[in-house]
Design a protein around this ligand. Structure first.
Ligand code: LMR
Length: 416
């Protein structure tokens, strides 16, 4: 289902969301009339269509908004799912982009989730967030990504029973090919893209390769969740609060081959191995515990992590819009082209990065890579290369055979 912005006509359904006394801007709900449709079935389908909630900024108190920045447009896919259900309210509250940053949320769902998406929009509306200027929902990525400054790509198919990782790569790859093309056509030319849906590194690669109008540098795969998990384990083991842990890098794939780097990590400014003097623990407990955390959570919950994933998406955004503290880093999966560690070009690979807070970043070049780390990095790099070969047809490359059928499954942490 799709109808273009031009076909929309707003009808005048308006109501106040807050009293004049607390000066929260009045809310206008603009429902969207369905375009003239040739068949009754199409008409019924479009009647759910897209609707848009937007604040009537004419009536607001200028002292509240004078210092605010220009509204940031944030598109979110998988918007009626569990992760988004945590994330959207953090975004709308101002705790992610800042208390002076008004936000428009552009939510993408599927035909199946349209009603749930309307429910999400209703809950956002009922939460009276002054910074939330607009909520729009839809099922057409070309429309929903329109002018987006950020795209948070959460939606992906979970793996069904008996499905091989090669099948998952194929199915989700197709989704990210379509969405990459839609970003290319509709989003802001400097849109920042964070891919959460698994296998997130290769999905990000597919979206990037299908969006040549957007800088390759702007595509991220979420490995901040792994960084947070690693910090948690170091804090528990050392008895130090997690805020004292810095330079906690994750290298490579968001999979069980990921490399949580304890060699360069610091606790209270000291090398982590000088505080936790137990190399056996680092290699045999810390590393697998971080890499398999997603799977351990699924066993407890019966579903993937949602709240902690949403928190880590918020952290990943903050890492790009707030300058990195001197000497620290954050982990994110980014294009490996020209990296200082000899990882081959053309992969979305997690590196330690730094940002000046303008949405851009650079890969840190001062991390020590010893032989153990180098071997681990090579293994996760090889895995990403194999994943890339399995989706070569989705990224416009001549490809070889997919070698990920019938082999040990390491790709998605939650599935092990
Ligand atoms: C996680 O690390 O918790 C998730 O990526 C797991 C999953 O497969 O959804």
């Amino acid at each position: 289902m799709a109808f273009s912005m031009k076909q929309r006509a707003n009808t005048g359904l308006a109501r106040k969301a807050a009293s004049a006394t607390n000066r929260v801007p009045a809310l206008v709900v603009r429902s969207v009339a369905a375009p003239a449709a040739p068949a009754a079935a199409t008409e019924a389908k479009n009647a759910y269509g897209v609707f848009r909630l937007s604040y009537d900024t004419q009536n607001e108190d200028p002292s509240l908004t004078r210092s605010w920045k220009k509204t940031v447009k944030v598109a979110v896919t998988g918007a009626s799912g569990n992760i988004a259900n945590h994330l959207l309210f953090m975004l709308a509250s101002g705790e992610v982009y800042g208390k002076d940053q008004p936000i428009a949320l552009q939510l993408l769902g599927s035909d199946r989730s349209k009603e749930a998406l309307e429910g999400v929009a209703m809950e956002l509306e009922d939460s009276l967030y002054p910074l939330l200027r607009e909520v729009s929902i839809g099922t057409d990525p070309y429309e929903v990504f329109g002018d987006a400054d950020w795209a948070l790509m959460i939606g992906a198919k979970p793996r069904g029973p008996g499905m091989e990782r090669a099948d998952l790569l194929q199915q989700n790859g197709e989704i990210f090919q379509v969405q990459g093309r839609a970003l290319n056509e509709s989003a802001s030319r400097n849109c920042k893209v964070i891919v959460v849906g698994n296998p997130c590194n290769t999905n990000a690669l597919i979206a990037m390769e299908n969006a040549p109008n957007i800088p390759r540098k702007n595509f991220h795969a979420l490995t901040r969740l792994d960084e947070n998990r690693a910090k948690c384990q170091l804090a528990l083991k050392s008895g130090k609060f997690y805020t004292s842990i810095s330079r906690m890098a994750i290298w490579g794939n968001h999979s069980t081959t990921q490399v949580p780097d304890y060699i360069n990590a610091r606790i209270g400014g000291m090398p982590a191995p000088d505080i936790i003097r137990d190399m056996k623990w680092f290699r045999e407990e810390f590393t697998p515990k971080v890499a398999l955390r997603g799977g351990a959570l699924i066993k407890k919950w019966g579903r993937s992590s949602a709240a902690s994933t949403a928190v880590s998406v918020a952290d990943a955004i903050r890492s790009l819009v707030i300058p990195t503290a001197p000497g620290d880093c954050f982990s994110t999966g980014v294009i490996s082209d020209g990296n200082p560690y000899g990882v081959r070009d053309g992969l979305i690979f997690s590196f330690p990065c730094r940002s000046t807070g303008d949405g851009d970043y650079e890969i840190c070049d001062d991390f020590i890579v010893d032989e153990w780390l180098r071997n681990k990095i090579r293994a996760t790099e090889d895995e990403l290369q194999k994943e890339k070969e399995c989706v070569s047809h989705l990224i416009g490359m001549m490809g070889g055979a997919c070698s990920l059928r019938g082999v040990e499954d390491t790709t998605v942490p939650g599935e092990n």
